[in-house]
Ligand binder design. Sequence first.
Ligand code: CA
Length: 220
Amino acid sequence: MSTILIVEDEARIVSFLVKGLTAEGFATRTAGRGLDGIELALQGGIDLILLDVGLPDLDGFEVLESIRGQGVATPIIMLTAKTSTRDRVAGLEGGADDYVPKPFSFQELLARIRLRLRDATPAAAEAHILERKGVALDLLTRRVRVDGDWVDLSTREFALAELLMRHPGQVLSREQLLSNVWGLDFDPGSNVVDVYIKYLRAKLGADRIETIRGTGYRLL
Ligand code: CA
């Protein structure tokens, strides 16, 4: 669940946003003053910030500057009644990700929020997952899922699975597998590859890895 911090002093707007966002499955935190908003933003656990420009203590641009100046990269959408180009430019130059002029419809704001949350999901999060036919290898957490179930692989098994997943459909020779997964100090006559392929088949599914007689193995 994503948590949205609302920094806004008008109770009517806060309640409108909290109700709408809660109904859409978001968690919300609220701050009526700029300083409280900064404090909450710095505490972390916030996925996106809706930041009003007209606040009773600091203005939204100062809040923005303070938050960004302290290294917080959380997406920020500025809300303002001011429609001047100057404010828009100042907001975007100050590190805001988007700008929604008041009055806005909830659906419009929701669409912007969803867009920013999607952008904020690191592309790397997808790049470090290798996926093929129901098998997913997470290269960061070293976890493996097969048809939705978590499966434990040993370090060697994971390395072997990763190599096969990086070359789907290609025949990899025993020597290639040995040198990549075990290093070159293994006796090429060793049957360790065959043994580990057997382990992998037991964990990932027997029909996922094809034996190419006399040559090696192929991930289907
Ligand atoms: Ca205000």
